[in-house]
Design a protein around this ligand. Structure first.
Ligand code: SAH
Length: 457
């Protein structure tokens, strides 16, 4: 790359996009110097305005597309649909799948140095819209009127909207209904700047297999004005509602939920099934947001684990025990470990709920608890990991290499850390047999993978 920067701020240039970044921006190059432009697609020629230059790259704005990619789709109201970060909704679904699959391949080769790894065709959705079973919608005020919708990208300005294209229709309906009721009852919206007002977020969760709905009202104040009327009207307008919860968050913070949760009406939890396993979901618990694809992902993990009923399985980063309980149906025993104590309480309750007695759960860091188990003589035939975006802790990977389980099944929401960790396992005597990308989050840049790793004799 040349030392001088070939473009300047406010320049208008014409360029062809060559690639997409991991966050969905188009990459154009001038003399090898990359310019990242949101909205640009590979093979498109476009007019770009340079917004900012840095030493190694520039940021540009898309002014006009001069030659259009056949993967581009028109979006009616681009801004209004950028809900919850639909960064790549301007790409056809076929194009999105191709982009994600390519990204997985590239990252495994570049970061993991896994030259000959088998990456399967990504498993996408038949209808890649209206899939999310959960919404958390910020509430505000504009011209004296209560509004709710989403934050405009990189701002704290709320855009009022009733329709998200990636949320389940039941979720959209719930949010809109609660918003209208709050508005009619004149319950004051929270005002971020002055830290006044009452209602901060409307949250809704829906069990797609049971049809049960939970509404969570997050407020700044300990009390909600017209609380009885509010609850009465929610019940009357949303027949699927099974749980109405009040959460108090009185802090100046971006974090949505506060520490205090009170039940206003109904049950504390709603239920949902993944396959045959039933889960209780509370206002606070982590639960996968795309129920259809979660089943696809977990079935793949189960297939890779290839259990006969004789195996001891460890499920690291187990959350509320979703994967553990799915595997327990086919294993001798499953040991789940997770850092959040409430999640482990949920996991134990979920085991009971399903009459599953061969699953045990422990609170702690996977990288501390699993080495301890190993020292105590508790080994595993199959080890499953499903870490957060930063991947597995190196201590855990080193312990796996010492323990030598026959199989490791790695469920990952970040191909870059998956690749890094696979390299460590390969250097420790393992082989990556295959990787299955699954599209859990259509219209966004996120991609989930399930990898099978085996011990080489
Ligand atoms: N397997 C679950 C949850 C996956 S999300 C599911 O599919 O639903 C990753 C989980 O790892 C979160 O629940 C998070 O709380 C937990 N976690 C994060 N760091 C951890 C650590 N060091 N040790 C154990 N669990 C951890």
């Amino acid at each position: 790359m040349s030392k001088t920067i070939p473009v300047q701020k406010n320049d208008y240039i014409e360029a062809v996009f060559e690639d997409l970044t991991h966050d969905g921006a188009g990459v154009a190059k001038v003399d090898g110097y990359p310019i990242f432009v949101q909205g640009g697609l590979p093979e498109e020629k476009a007019k770009i305005k340079v917004i900012k230059t840095n030493k190694g790259y520039a940021i540009g704005k898309l002014i006009e597309i001069l030659e259009r990619s056949h993967f581009r789709v028109d979006i009616a109201k681009q801004d209004a649909h950028k809900y919850g970060g639909c960064q790549i909704e301007h790409i056809s679904y076929e194009g999105q799948l191709k982009y994600k699959e390519n990204m997985v391949r590239q990252v495994l080769t570049r970061i993991g140095k896994l030259e000959d790894v088998k990456v399967h065709t990504i498993l996408g959705m038949e209808h890649p819209w209206h899939y999310r079973n959960k919404a958390q919608v910020p509430v505000g005020e504009k011209d004296g009127k209560l509004i709710a919708g989403f934050f405009k990208q990189r701002t704290h300005e709320i855009v009022d909207t009733n329709e998200s294209l990636i949320q389940l229709p039941e979720i959209n309906e719930a949010v809109q209904t609660v918003k209208e009721i709050c508005s009619e009852l004149r319950i004051p919206a929270y005002q971020e700047e002055s830290h006044k007002g009452v209602i901060r977020h409307i949250m809704a969760r829906y069990g797609k297999t049971t049809g049960e709905l939970m509404v969570v009202l997050v407020t700044r104040t300990g009390e909600i004005p017209f609380k009885e009327k509010l609850v009465e009207q929610i019940i009357a307008s949303l027949p699927q509602v099974k749980s109405i919860v009040h959460n108090v968050n009185s802090k100046r913070t971006n974090v949505i939920l506060g520490d205090k949760t009170k039940l206003l009406w109904g049950n504390e939890v709603i239920y949902d099934y993944i396959g045959d396993v039933k889960f209780a979901i509370s206002a606070r618990s982590f639960y996968q947001v795309n129920p259809d694809q979660t089943k696809v992902l977990y079935e793949k993990a189960l297939e890779y684990a290839d259990l006969s009923g004789e195996e001891n399985v460890i499920d690291a980063y187990c959350g509320i025990g979703t994967i553990s309980l799915f595997l327990a149906q086919k294993a001798r025993k499953v040991f789940g470990v997770e850092i959040v104590p409430e999640a482990i309480e949920d996991a134990k309750r979920n085991a009971e709920l399903n009459g599953i007695t061969n699953a045990e759960f422990a609170v702690g860091e996977a990288e501390t608890v699993i080495p301890k188990w190993y020292k105590e003589g508790n080994n595993a035939d199959v080890l499953v990991v499903d870490p957060p975006r930063k991947g597995c802790d190196e201590r855990l990977l080193n312990t796996i290499i010492e323990m030598r389980p026959k199989k490791v099944v790695y469920v990952s929401c970040n191909p870059a850390t998956l690749a890094r960790d696979l390299r460590i396992l390969e250097d420790g005597g393992y082989k990556t047999v295959e990787v299955q990308p699954v599209d859990m989050f259509p219209q966004t840049t996120h991609v989930e993978c399930c990898a099978l790793i085996e011990l080489i004799k």
